[in-house]
Write a protein that binds this ligand. Structure first.
Ligand code: SAM
Length: 224
């Protein structure tokens, strides 16, 4: 790698490298993936498809989708996350948006939730360009993250409300203090910036969902 290429582990969030945090992660972030898994058939993703989940964490999406597709590869920058996934029988690769090279056949869907915000916008663009290169035209990307769909002038109000609604027990979710730290120190960006980046990488947004509080967004995209 070039001298100017960032070390993804250094950007991955220290908590994600901590085996204790990793072991408690599913309780902090429980997810019912059934709706998303059901929606995949509309994208033509099925029993012969290959899916790559980037920033796969503990592998909860991988385990949910695995029975319905041909192969799922879980990619994560954190060795502790990868170790946990391997202990669950998942095909997990240590790497990330900026380092994973898919060399083994066609990828039909790239999935990523709550991981791209670890990279600054320049590197988000490089990352999504690399994702596009993994796919054939028509290939699908599902990207969900903390993405602010609020106008900059209203950001303080929206973020204030988000923090007010946060749980108080850090074992069961992200507390106001943790969310405030996210806003202060992580690289979540505005929807209008991220959507430009998706477009520049060659993706058409087929479905776009902003959360009611204007703090998260989920995109289903097709590569042109
Ligand atoms: C908040 S967790 C989300 C995990 C999972 N996707 C989920 O939705 O439950 C973020 C994950 O992204 C990983 N990560 C951080 N930076 C990354 C990068 N540049 N490439 C790949 N994974 C990364 C972290 O190690 C962590 O497992």
């Amino acid at each position: 790698m070039s001298k100017w290429w960032p070390d993804e582990i250094a950007h991955a969030g220290v908590e994600h490298l901590d085996p204790e945090y990793v072991a408690a992660f599913d309780r902090k972030s429980p997810t019912d993936w059934s709706g998303r898994v059901e929606s995949l058939s509309q994208l033509g993703v099925g029993p012969t498809s290959t899916v790559v989940d980037i920033g796969a964490g503990t592998g909860s999406f991988v385990l949910a989708v695995q029975p319905y597709v041909g192969r799922v590869i879980a990619v994560d920058a954190s060795p502790a996350m990868v170790a946990l996934m391997r202990s669950r029988g998942i095909e997990a690769v240590e790497g990330g948006f900026l380092t994973y090279d898919h060399e083994d056949g066609q990828v039909d869907l790239v999935h990523s939730r709550h991981a791209l915000h670890h990279l600054p916008d320049f590197w988000k663009a490089v990352a999504l360009d690399r994702v596009a290169k993994m796919l054939e035209p028509g290939g699908a990307l599902i990207l969900e993250d903390i993405v602010y769909s609020v106008a900059p002038s209203e950001a303080a109000t929206a973020i204030g409300r988000w923090l007010e609604d946060a749980p108080t027990d850090p074992a069961l979710g992200w507390t106001a203090g943790e969310l405030a730290e996210h806003v202060r120190t992580e690289q979540s960006t505005f929807s209008w910036l991220l959507e430009q980046i998706l477009d520049r990488a060659g993706f058409d947004i087929a479905d776009r969902r902003y959360s009611e509080n204007q703090i998260t967004a989920a995109y289903t995209c097709r590569l042109r």
